[in-house]
Design a protein around this ligand. Structure first.
Ligand code: C2E
Ligand code: CA
Ligand code: CA
Length: 616
């Protein structure tokens, strides 16, 4: 356990030992003078001063952070020589005084040995290699001395002294074990017995200091299991714990001998290792290790008759001299890991500057978005939807954010941020209210639409208050007739565990007369099973299928299949992202009912929409 705490402890003992030698040493000098052995006592005291000076030098030169591993090893070796030398001073004074005839000097000699042994067993308990020899060196002369008295009480004292030696060793060993145990608990995780976060950060900091001394590179791997929570939630924490232990067994097996593996918490693990002179080689080794880790982790697990499968997302960062503290590199690996998650999990990414710029900009968006609603920076644009006869029969409300610092931010950027931060609930309410007011105003001006589409986020829909929020807002702004024009667009990205709740909310909202559309249709998965279960009225063919029409056979087949399916399921069908006459013709021929896209009109401001409508 030769870590920082260990060294610090040893370091702190040096001045204590010095004080314990220099002051009582003066007493011995005085006694020596009284008993006519001043000269040898004085010589002994000079030795005490010399050893203390040595200790002082060791004390002063110690700087854990600045010392590399090899310098620390050297320091430790010198320090243990110092300790041995220090405790050898006491048998010396012992031998000097029992060599005298005066009995009082013998008493002092005996007390000296016992006292020094007790001190050694207490102060050196952290290091077995120090306290064991020291106690023996100190007590052995005493035992021998008692034995050679040659009388019965001498033998009894011999036995007492031997027993005391044993007791001191035993006490020091118990303290040592207790220290070790406490140390182990403080630095290890109880479930997996891996090092914990605290230990790892200390270790990383130490490692970084020696790297910056040598100018070498090491890697840092942040490993996060994918969908571990699902296992915990569906099979219980017992199975989750067992799975974690199995995962750790594999991680241990794959971790190189010179690397350190730790559990950061939950299902997050971290590995650091390697010392490379070349940064590229370091990166290469890290990626190879990550790939082999992922492959190993993905093999099937059998826990309690459950056959489990789990993958992992790994973020890599390279440790070099440039970073100031351990946290920086963990954060970098975290950013890279987050990127893996964002791109579908189960993979590895190496941190780079562009990633950090993206994170910065995301944070900036997050910060400014908080004030966007109150500062009236969020507005709505409306994109017309046309029927087969070319009449404007619908509109889709699309959010726009104009910020003084950031300029115009695309909803494709700020909506995901709002979803992740939960801000979507407030933002969504603002969007609904604005859209409802527009619908009302248009109606009052004689603009009669068949449908008015508003985008919803899943996080918004699954918020406990959503249905009530919609009820309140519709009562405030609309009537039953206008409610029936509303079309809420949702996406396929519904988590399996949410689906029942989603259906419940949809049905409650549908009682107000509001309809639902499946947005971006065909881009998610499990489309068919969802289509069956969700109470839908419309599907929107995703722009990605529409835009390849005219030059990709597969795309055409896909679009005509979707349209046919919608007919069978008696769902309305809207094509979005229609940009060319060719695309429009294809869709028209295949029976698509509504068209939305730049071919007819871009998203328009409120006023633009009104005049566009009247031009028709
Ligand atoms: P979406 O719901 O699929 O919206 C259609 C997007 O395609 C809009 O981008 C629209 O401007 C764009 N678009 C329309 N016609 C064409 C075309 O012919 N060609 C091309 N290339 N693009 C076209 P926008 O406004 O940037 O919105 C992006 C996404 O942001 C939306 O995709 C939607 O998922 C989300 N979003 C926008 N407004 C809201 C909102 O109020 N609430 C929520 N929850 N999400 C919104
Ligand atoms: Ca949409
Ligand atoms: Ca869409």
């Amino acid at each position: 356990m030769r870590d920082k705490r260990f060294y610090d402890f040893l370091h702190r003992q040096i001045p204590v030992l010095m004080v314990l030698a220099l002051f009582p040493g003066l007493g011995y000098l005085f006694l020596g003078w009284l008993n006519n052995v001043f000269v040898p006592a004085f010589a002994w005291y000079l030795l005490v001063i010399a050893v203390s000076l040595w200790g002082y030098r060791l004390y002063r030169t110690f700087d854990f952070a600045a010392m590399g591993e090899s310098r620390r090893d050297r320091w430790y070796r010198q320090c243990s020589w110092f300790v041995h030398a220090f405790f050898l001073l006491w048998p010396l004074i012992f031998l000097l005084y029992i060599g005298q005839d005066a009995y009082k000097l013998h008493y002092i000699a005996i007390f000296t040995e016992i006292g020094a042994s007790v001190v050694a067993s207490a102060l050196l308990a952290s290091d077995r290699r120090l306290y064991r020899p020291t106690i023996l060196i100190l007590m052995a002369p005493l035992i021998v001395y008692f034995f050679f008295i040659g009388e019965w009480y001498g033998y009894v004292l011999t036995i007492f002294a031997a027993t005391l030696t044993w007791v001191l060793l035993y006490a020091a060993t118990s303290s040592h074990n207790l220290l070790m145990q406490t140390y182990h608990q403080a630095t290890h995780d109880s479930l997996t017995a891996l090092y914990n976060r605290q230990y790892f950060i200390d270790h990383l900091q130490t490692r970084m200091n020696s790297l910056s001394e040598s100018g070498e590179f090491a890697y840092l791997l942040l490993i996060d299991l994918d969908h571990f929570k699902t296992v915990n939630d569906s099979l219980g924490h017992d199975v989750g714990d067992r799975l974690l232990q199995a995962v750790v067994a594999r991680l241990r097996q794959q971790t190189p001998a010179d690397a350190v593996l730790a559990r950061l918490g939950g299902d997050e693990f971290i590995i650091t290792g390697g010392d490379f002179t070349d940064q590229a080689a370091c990166g290469q080794a890290a990626l190879e290790l990550s790939t082999s880790l992922i492959a190993k982790l993905k093999e099937i697990y059998v826990v309690d008759k459950h056959h489990l499968y789990i993958s992992a997302s790994i973020g890599v960062s390279i440790i070099s001299r440039r970073g100031a503290n351990a946290g920086t590199f963990i954060k970098e690996a975290d950013i890279a890991m987050y990127e893996v998650k964002a791109q579908g999990r189960d993979g590895v990414f190496m941190f780079n500057e562009e990633m950090s710029a993206r994170v910065e900009s995301r944070l900036e968006i997050e910060r400014l978005l908080h004030f966007a609603v109150n500062n009236a920076e969020i507005t709505l644009h409306y994109q017309p939807q046309l029927d087969r006869a070319g009449r404007v029969v619908g509109a889709e409300a699309l959010a726009r954010w104009n910020n003084a610092t950031l300029g115009a931010v695309s909803p494709a950027h700020f909506i995901p941020v709002a979803e992740q931060t939960g801000l979507i609930v407030e933002l969504g309410e603002h969007i609904l209210a604005t859209a409802f007011r527009t619908l009302r105003a248009w109606h009052d001006q004689g603009i009669e639409l068949a449908q008015f589409s508003i985008n919803l986020s899943m996080r918004q829909l699954t918020h406990y208050d959503f249905a009530a929020q919609v009820e309140t807002l519709t009562q405030r702004h609309l009537d039953a007739g206008l409610c029936r024009k509303l079309m809420f667009e949702i996406t396929e990205s519904i988590d399996a565990e949410d689906i029942n709740q989603v259906i419940l909310v949809m049905n409650r909202v549908k009682q107000l007369g509001i309809r639902f559309s499946m947005d971006d249709f065909g881009t998610g998965y499990s489309s068919l099973s969802y289509l069956n279960r969700l109470p839908l009225d419309e599907i929107k063919i995703d722009r990605s299928f529409v835009c390849v029409l005219g030059h990709e056979e597969d795309g055409q087949a896909m679009v005509s299949t979707i349209i046919n399916m919608a007919k069978v399921l008696k769902l309305n069908i809207v094509a979005e992202g229609v940009e060319t006459a060719e695309q429009f013709d294809f869709l028209f021929r295949h029976g698509c009912q509504l068209f939305q896209g730049y071919y007819h009109a871009k998203p328009l401001t409120n006023e633009q929409f009104i005049s566009y409508y009247h031009q028709q």
